[in-house]
Write a protein that binds this ligand. Structure first.
Ligand code: UD1
Ligand code: MG
Length: 456
């Protein structure tokens, strides 16, 4: 097979985003746009990838790591100038080079592979990945000859009124014969409306030199979306969300309202799980089979085993074992490990804690920096007092223990197995196994109080 290489353009600042974050680093469904692009490229049998960096070079390099080589474009003089920066790395190679923009996150590996194939089979020196779209405003237009063969590309700002009516757009993705690409780039000028060296001019120059140029029209024009501002970013997120959700549906996941469910690219969901409306699943969240994720729940980087029910709750950077139910309105904060058949009910907050199998905290509790054994009963209003104003402290509760309602456990405290804490106690000392700790003023009843108040 002819060698396949790729150049990813990621040096622009993205002025139209009006952001401190470099354009290609803006996330779409949890991944920077350029990460989506790189993944599609990696799956297209490409051997050498060169990413052109400039604005935010270190940020982009940190994000992509050693999966790509890099070339620095110190000044952003246009997309043609950007590709030229890869000359030192690629110019002597035989083969075909894909050039793709870092701001087209919806392009799939299938489309890139089909583009390569079309180019390889047509014998063209340059092939544009184009799309037919209803509103082509802002894109470069593919101009064809009377015989329908491709002539050149004209940018929106340089186009005549007649050319602006063309609805076939340049997606900013191309495959070129590698040697022809770098030869022609040296001939590209910057005499245009933006004073930039345009990569698309290579197509026109190849044609003028008598070479064959071609366009491959993508099947689904949504893939061609180039994100230049927040409107485009929102549109890309909408399309990506639909694509991700449909993927889960095909894998056996039920959605109550897919349009109102936001799932990021790396989330995994088991079959027969039901996702209700308004759910957000972020980062590398993994959900098992047969779970119910109730409306408006948010799960961030959280791993959930099978048969778990989450009702209107927030879970972050934690794990939950099988057959547990959480919520409504529980908050599992980072670094928590929740066991099997656990119940965390209304307004229960857990942070940096382990909760053993069969333990129940039904209502209004704060479990922070604690290790709870199995089958512990955490009463309503129990609080782990983990912070003394300066430092955090940890407590341990043994198996089968009972924490009475409205107790304060002033950490650090160790409570043995089968111990009891009487309701309303403030616990500052350790409790041995099978002991009852009671720490509250003794109740005093004053007789005839009503009459005293009446002055009788
Ligand atoms: C570009 C194309 C246009 C196409 C559109 C598709 C040109 C001149 N125009 O326009 O025909 O329809 O993409 O989305 O190519 N970049 C650099 N260095 C630079 C300039 C840009 O690395 O000097 C990078 C940007 O980071 C970005 C990509 O190239 O990832 C495209 O640049 P952008 O400014 O978005 O070009 P468009 O105006 O969208
Ligand atoms: Mg663009």
């Amino acid at each position: 097979m002819t060698k396949r290489m790729a150049v990813v353009l990621a040096a622009g600042k993205g002025t139209r985003m009006k952001s401190d974050l470099y354009k290609v680093m803006h996330p779409v469904n949890g991944l920077p746009m350029v990460e989506h692009v790189l993944r599609a490229v990696e799956q297209s049998d490409v051997t050498d990838i060169v990413t052109i960096v400039g604005h935010g070079a270190d940020t982009v390099k940190d994000a992509l790591g050693d999966r790509s080589q890099y070339a620095l474009q110190e000044e952003q003089l246009g997309t043609g100038h950007a590709v030229q920066q890869a000359e030192n790395v690629l110019a002597n190679e035989e083969g075909n080079t894909l050039v793709i923009c870092g701001d087209t996150p919806l392009l799939t590996a299938e489309t890139l592979t089909a583009l390569f194939k079309h180019h390889e089979e047509s014998g063209a020196k340059g092939t544009i990945l184009s799309a037919e779209i209803a509103n082509p405003f802002g894109y470069g237009r593919v101009i064809r000859e009377a015989d329908n063969s491709v002539s050149h590309i004209v940018e929106e700002k340089d186009a005549t009124d007649e050319e602006r009516k063309v609805t076939e757009i340049n997606s900013g993705t191309y495959v070129f014969d590698n040697k022809a690409l770098f030869e022609m780039l040296n001939k590209v000028g910057n005499d245009n409306a933006q004073g930039e060296y345009y990569l698309p001019d290579v197509i026109g120059l190849l044609k003028e030199a008598g070479e064959v140029v071609s366009a491959f029209v993508m099947a689904d024009s949504d893939e061609g979306l180039g994100v230049n501002d927040r409107v485009g970013l929102s549109e890309a997120t909408k399309i990506m969300t639909r694509r991700i959700n449909e993927g889960h549906m095909r894998n056996g996941v039920t959605f109550f309202n897919a349009d109102a469910t936001y799932i990021e690219a790396d989330v995994e969901i088991g079959s027969d799980t039901v996702i209700e409306s308004g759910v957000s699943l972020k980062g590398k969240t993994i959900i098992g089979k047969n779970c119910q994720i109730g409306m408006n729940s948010e799960l961030i980087e959280t791993e959930i085993a099978d048969n778990v029910c989450v009702t209107q709750s927030v879970l972050e950077h934690s794990t939950v074992a099988a057959n547990t139910d959480i919520g409504p309105f529980a908050h599992v904060r980072p670094n928590s490990t929740i066991g099997e058949r656990v119940h965390l009910g209304n307004f229960v907050e857990v942070k940096n804690s382990t909760v053993g199998n069969d333990t129940k905290a039904g209502h209004l509790a704060y479990i922070g920096d604690a290790d709870l054994g199995e089958n512990v009963n955490v009463g309503c209003g129990a609080i782990f007092v983990n912070y003394d104003g300066k430092k955090k402290h940890r407590s341990t509760i043994g198996n089968d223990s009972f924490i009475g309602s409205n107790s304060n456990i002033v950490s650090p405290v160790t409570v043995g197995d089968r111990a009891f804490i009487a309701a309303g106690s403030t616990i500052v000392n350790d409790i041995a196994e099978e002991e009852l700790a009671i720490s509250r003023p003794e109740q005093k009843n004053i007789a005839n109080y009503w009459n005293k108040l009446q002055g009788k």
